[in-house]
Design a binder for this molecule. Structure first.
Ligand code: SF4
Ligand code: SF4
Length: 90
């Protein structure tokens, strides 16, 4: 199964009032590599006409972007209680 198909079956309770990850647009404007766009499995980071577009709503809470951005732009926390992604095991 492709990653896009796997992501499509996930359930979320998105907290629209609280972005658990934020990026600093001033830092991203001058970023030389945009490594986040390659690292995020959920494609939360994309480039639109050369500018970084970030949407936290599809985040699978893997933490990759927190270490992938070496420029200090990403501020990462977990979603607040009972919000975020819901995984089914088994
Ligand atoms: S989040 Fe980090 S890696 Fe991604 S564009 Fe911004 S500065 Fe670059
Ligand atoms: S925590 Fe993982 S899924 Fe969420 S935005 Fe960062 S890299 Fe993407």
């Amino acid at each position: 199964m492709k990653i896009e198909d796997r992501l499509a079956v996930l359930n979320y309770k998105t907290d629209k009032a609280y972005a658990h990850i934020t990026v600093d647009p001033k830092i991203c404007e001058t970023c030389p590599d945009h490594f986040c766009t390659f690292a995020c499995p959920a494609k939360c980071y994309t480039l639109i006409e050369g500018k970084l577009n970030f949407k936290y709503e599809d985040c699978v809470e893997c933490g990759t972007c927190d270490v992938a951005c070496s420029h200090g732009s990403v501020a990462w926390t977990n979603p607040k209680g009972a919000h975020g992604i819901k995984y089914k095991y088994g």
